[in-house]
Design a protein around this ligand. Structure first.
Ligand code: ATP
Ligand code: MG
Length: 262
């Protein structure tokens, strides 16, 4: 990956402007929240949200996915007010596939829902199944233990990317996986990012995962939920496991830990 964007003339892929959130007139749980994610076609971006439980990370993802509207404020996708047509997929910590359907059916479902012809949806789903390394598993039911936890998350990623290859939202997607599978899935995500170039917004509690994957890392604080720090990664665009021994990597991990605890 050699492309390195500075400023593009394109509108930001995601823009959250002056967001406030309260429930039932109670105090704000998110206040004056602003986030700009630059569009970098052919490269994508890796944005990570870190922060204490309850600070609003999942809520921010739900806004971008169009699953929730804030009490006030504006959400723009590629410079335009968000609409239902934006169809941005989200991968959750809990396995979110339909266990009574096959891998192929699970991946194709978004396109079928959009009215895409059955044959075309199947072909596109098969191509995406190959991209996520699940070829040969397409006829299996998408349930544990027929598929492993990591494979089930690949199904969810494939389904999301098939509907919208530009943005992928992930809410603690590897939280339920064992350490080994989690590390494998981090590398898998890097591979997908380099193949498909989506802009990924990832919520994680794992600082090392945030540094390994993120270009832009935002640390949120709670009550009300705001961004308290923005760290731009100094690591090279291409990541591999060797980088974890790099002095810059280790320093970033401690720097973020200090910021989170301050
Ligand atoms: N429907 C609701 N009614 C009242 N409060 C809510 C509602 N939904 C969310 N909240 C509150 O909004 C705040 C942000 O919630 P959110 O789930 O976004 O946090 P989070 O950062 O994702 O937390 P975690 O790390 O535990 O997943 C929390 O304080 C939560 O209690
Ligand atoms: Mg959450």
């Amino acid at each position: 990956m050699t492309v390195k964007f500075e400023n593009t003339a394109l509108p930001d892929i995601v823009e959250l402007k002056s967001i406030n959130q309260s429930y039932d007139g109670q105090k704000y749980v998110i206040k004056d929240f602003n986030l700009l994610i630059e569009d970098k076609p052919q490269q994508g971006q890796f944005v990570v949200l870190l922060g204490a439980s309850g600070c609003g990370k999942s809520t921010i993802l739900r806004y971008i996915a169009g699953l929730q509207k804030p009490s006030s404020g504006e959400i723009l996708i590629k410079g335009k007010s968000q609409t239902l047509d934006d169809r941005i997929g989200m991968v959750f910590q809990q396995y979110s596939s339909f266990p009574w359907m096959t891998v192929l059916e699970n991946v194709a479902i978004g396109l079928l829902y959009l009215g895409v012809d059955k044959k075309e949806a199947k072909e596109k789903a098969m191509a995406m199944i190959k991209t996520v390394g699940l070829e040969g598993h397409e006829k299996k039911f998408a349930k544990y233990p027929t598929l492993s936890g990591g494979q089930l998350q690949r199904v969810a990623i494939a389904r999301s990317l098939l509907v919208n290859q530009d943005i992928l939202l992930m809410d603690e997607p590897f939280g339920a996986l064992d350490t080994y599978t989690r590390l494998k899935m981090q590398d898998f995500l890097i591979e997908i990012w380099e193949k498909v170039h989506p802009t990924i917004v990832l919520v994680t509690h794992d600082i090392s995962e945030a540094v390994y994957l993120g270009d832009d890392i935002y640390i949120m604080s709670a009550n009300p939920g705001i961004i308290k720090d923005h760290i731009k990664s100094q690591l090279p665009l291409h990541r591999d496991r060797g980088i974890k021994r790099d002095k810059t990597f280790v320093e970033m991990v401690y720097h973020i830990e200090d910021k989170m605890m301050s």
